[in-house]
Design a protein around this ligand. Structure first.
Ligand SMILES: Cc1ncc(COP(=O)(O)O)c(C=O)c1O
Length: 313
């Protein structure tokens, strides 16, 4: 029927759906997939948990009782390539989760996309730290069958998660009823609409480069990613603190007013018990410094000075 104004809520829409948090989007994805014939979900062996927030990645897996296993990662949090490729080709897995930690891309996405397609494995990209990064193959979040985002980690919104579906085969998931508690608030919606994402992306890059130059030569630490690749908009600046001093340095920085974090200082128990040595090593030594869009060069100079003082005392 011809109507005076648009009525079709499906017409000209992007294949995405908003939530209050990324974990709700992930929960919807895995509950929509049919894990039959003993097929499992493959997760990276670097997932954290806190008493306050639980585990954004693992809670949905437990809540949906999704059968799963972990694949090993290296000390830069990329998959151990040969092992991951072998697992994808084994026929034992229905879906694979790739996490783009801290906004970086730690994996050969061209190979992973190809292998997943060839072996009928659903590829899910966790872009919780990665709203604006791109690599040679395209934007992160556009390479898998599904991707999900954590908007409140990137913008000054009190909540916000987004599910994006790239494979038309799964567009029906957009029609699933809302899980009830999950609607994005008006405040978050306004922030999303008003945010200048290009400016945020360049501020984050500039801040990362500025801070990494200031701290690169400090002894006792090592940048996890010394080079900032083209297209990457980092979530924070991860570094490794040597000689078992992470805890000590973390508290000194926090006492000084530097809001450092350690993603993830506590890993979920199956990873600890699974003997994933590189994961445990990273978890024990990682420290993440703020470089978000509100941080000024004066703030970054203060962070560098505070870090230098903490390490020399
Ligand atoms: C890698 C990663 N994925 C997903 C999540 C979940 O994000 P949200 O808090 O928006 O549910 C988090 C944080 O908890 C995370 O660090």
């Amino acid at each position: 029927m011809l109507t005076k104004s648009p009525q079709d809520r499906e017409s000209c829409m992007l294949p995405c759906r908003y939530f209050q948090a990324a974990r709700q989007a992930f929960e919807l994805v895995i509950s929509s997939l049919d894990f039959h014939n003993d097929q499992k979900l493959l997760l990276p062996a670097y997932i954290g948990i806190t008493d306050r927030e639980g585990s954004g990645v693992y809670d949905p897996v437990l809540e949906t009782a999704t059968p799963h296993e972990f694949y090993p990662v290296n000390e830069r949090l990329g998959a151990i390539e040969e092992r991951l490729y072998e697992l994808i080709e084994s026929g034992k897995y229905k879906a694979l989760l790739i996490i783009h930690y801290f906004g970086f891309c730690q994996n050969r996405m061209d190979i992973i996309v190809k292998l997943c397609k060839q072996n009928d494995v659903v590829l899910i990209e966790d872009c919780a730290h990665t709203m604006l990064s791109s690599v040679a193959e395209g934007d992160l979040g556009c390479l898998g069958d599904f991707s999900f985002y954590s908007i409140h980690k990137y913008l000054a919104a009190e909540n916000g998660g987004c599910l994006k579906i790239n494979n038309p085969k799964y567009f029906n998931v957009l029609q699933y009823p809302y899980l009830g508690r999950n609607l994005l608030t008006v405040d978050a919606l306004e922030i999303i609409l008003k945010s200048d994402l290009e400016l945020i992306r360049s501020r984050r890059r500039e801040n990362y480069l500025y801070l990494s130059n200031l701290i690169d030569a400090i002894s006792g630490i090592e940048l996890m990613f010394g080079h900032l690749p083209q297209g990457i908009a980092p979530h924070n600046l991860p570094l490794i603190v040597h000689e078992g001093r992470r805890e000590d340095i973390y508290f000194k920085l926090v006492d000084d007013g530097v809001p450092a974090i350690a993603l993830y200082y506590r890993l979920i128990s199956p990873i600890v018990e699974g003997g994933f040595d590189s994961s445990i090593k990273v978890s024990d030594n990682i420290l993440n410094l703020p470089i978000h869009q509100d941080v000024t060069t004066a703030d970054l100079e203060f962070v560098a000075k505070s870090l230098r003082t903490a390490l020399s005392s």
